[in-house]
Ligand binder design. Sequence first.
Ligand SMILES: Nc1ncnc2c1ncn2[C@@H]1O[C@H](COP(=O)(O)OP(=O)(O)O)[C@@H](O)[C@H]1O
Ligand SMILES: [Mg+2]
Length: 364
Amino acid sequence: MRRVLIAEDEPALLECFCEIVAGLGHECVRAQDGHEALALARAQAPDLIITDWMMPGHTGTELIHLLRQEPALTRVPVILLSAARPPQADQQAAWRFLSKPVALDSFENAVREALELVDQLSAPLSHRAQPDAEVSPLALVREAMLSWVAHEIKSPLAAATMANQLALRGLDNQDEPAALKRRITVVARQLARMDELVTSILDAARLQEARLELDLEPLDLSQLVQQIVEYWRELHPEYELSIRDGQHLVVEADRERLRQVLDNLISNAIKYGGPSKTVAVGIQATDSDVSISVTDRGKGIPPAELHHIFDRFHRVAGQGGRGHGLGLYIAAALARLHGGSLTVESEVNYGSTFTLRIPRRAAS
Ligand SMILES: Nc1ncnc2c1ncn2[C@@H]1O[C@H](COP(=O)(O)OP(=O)(O)O)[C@@H](O)[C@H]1O
Ligand SMILES: [Mg+2]
């Protein structure tokens, strides 16, 4: 199985191409514009690149020239596709040019031939195992981030598109209003997922560049925790969410950021909490600090993973649950920004406790 990167800004077409490539038994990496294609090519070292000529970001020809400057990618064959007729020189920059609309047969043949060529060249190409060797660490982080974002956005986008197509077809077929409503609800939910993701990405970037400022105010912590727990009870009535508290505690903190941290801890406790369906939230105070703990009786986290779960994008493999691995990274950074910390204790098959500790009064 070979890896084929396809850059095409028309999603329906991209899907068709991918289906064909997958039908030939290869893995498909999708890019919707030239920038994304370049980032993915660097990050994933494809064996073949198929690119549209006219795309946002870099055009297909620019992409080819940029790829030729990357030591790890100079020899990857490129198939250029276009509805317009690019200048001869542009066509020749590619290994092969195909004009759109492309017949299925010629597309398949071009892919087969290109990959045969790759097989013949594969020995000298073995250095591609380290595709990023000559890229600076910062660039690497950016590229990895870009391909990660592209990947994460893809699934809600694909789901929304599909649901939307079904809704449109349903309108033509005069389907039941209830069926239409269900599909439109799917679209709305996927849009909300994308919105959440983009917000998280922006937060993470601002935190990393130390550009995020807290909006500190004295607030009633017990009341805030109560509100948050009520919200989650309404959302998941099947869960038993308890609060261990009692005191009336005032802290100086950023209300919305605190809510964001606790929302993530509770959502994780629910997502990864396993069958017990109980989550306990506790508040404790000393003279100087307050601690809010969120405990579940779920799957727990293996010891080797404990140090990594606060890393950006890190998710424990095989735990299921839908997420992006940004929540704890953001939560820990927000805790530090408050002059506090976020810690975890966990035992596999027994459960986890995350504890947010912040000073009662922000350091001035
Ligand atoms: N309460 C928990 N129990 C078990 N695993 C957890 C828990 N909270 C977080 N994790 C693990 O830590 C990872 C990172 O969490 P987070 O950054 O919030 O990402 P996300 O919720 O998007 O998956 C999760 O993917 C999961 O593997
Ligand atoms: Mg989370």
